[in-house]
Design a protein around this ligand. Sequence first.
Ligand code: H2B
Length: 214
Amino acid sequence: MKLFSPKSRPPSRITARNATLLNLLATPGLGSLIGRRWIAGGGQLLLSISGFTLFMVWFVKEMTQFYGQISGNVEVRPVGKFLIAGVILFALAWVWSAVTSISLLREASSGKEQALKNFAAPPVQKLDEAKIIPALATVPDWKLAGATIVRTFQFKDFPAAIKFVGAVAVLAEQAWHHPDIDIRWNKVTLTLSTHDAGGLTEKDFALARQFDRL
Ligand code: H2B
């Protein structure tokens, strides 16, 4: 079950674990936010802060009446409703954040499973000339260079180039297929071939298409 899960990549196991610890042991909702579950995190945080605030109202009223009683100049009024409301809101936030934490943990492990599945995938066949030409047509910005395909991406500056390389790394890891990367200031050159097959395979073209969409 995915409560408002974003369409971005699955969280790492570390993130999911930290999110769970934060949600369940610190403040329900904070963990969901670091797990990039913005709506669920926001809702949980609202509930938990409201619950804590009502608890504090109860505590202050209780203390005021207690010390007022000593000086004898305050009538005692029931304030238990603030405590009950606060506990209920906080409990709701906690349970909701627990559900989100479980979802994050499951998504993180499924992301790992995907990488392992890719790792265990049967070796793909090396493409011959007859198959390479039509495959190249699907990646018009890439050039054939021997038994590889190459594309140079240009960015406004070095940080932008590095950000792009970060995104490339995530896709490559998920596909368990990695390009050679050459970074020169604001230019990034990606070179793809399938080392295990000793040449080009469909994996190279599939990953090139993903990089083109970044
Ligand atoms: N990336 C590329 N481009 N080619 C591979 O053959 C390849 C890879 N193999 N990433 C993966 C890692 C791995 O299965 C082997 C053990 O290196």
